[in-house]
Design a protein around this ligand. Sequence first.
Ligand SMILES: [Zn+2]
Length: 209
Amino acid sequence: MGALKSVKMPADWSVETVLPIAFEGRELTLEAHAFQGDTAEEQVLVLIHRAPDMAKGTLPVVRIHSGCVTGDIFHSLRCDCYQQLQAALKVITASAFGAIVYVPYHEGRGIGLFKKIQAYALQDQGQDTIEANISVGAPVDSRDYDLSARALIDLGMGEIKLLSNNPAKEAALKAKGIRIAERVSIVVPPNKFNKRYLETKRSRMSHKI
Ligand SMILES: [Zn+2]
């Protein structure tokens, strides 16, 4: 493991193994690294795809994916998380060097599962994503990228090509010391349930979609 940039972490803050996955009819073996942050809930999983013939100095394509139980697991159509995760996996497994940083504690843009569902109920009554978050007493976006950045630096991925439509995520990672060589957009088509959610991302949160 490489040296950490600023914060001293306990020796057991990271563990690694291999994870075989089934993706698009193929069996792929990914490196799996888990990192433990300062609080019990702060954990990230980093899945890495590395081609055996990867050229030295290749920059990794990286997706930082906020965990979403309804989307990632149940393929909810109220958001585009599942489609984004699949699109990211496709790019990463097709790249010589790519990684997904999966952040479970980012559920509901960091407000947790309960408040997310509560906010959905308010959206059913006409509020948009941002108004609903304010109504449930949660910040619009309370995700932090501290542990993700520390994990990337520890894995030798201090410079990356970022797979994201979100300029705020790019800025947050830069502020944590990650160099972004390029931001690569992920485009997923809207459906009738998430049209408004995506429109809010575009018009009120500056997402490049
Ligand atoms: Zn989602």
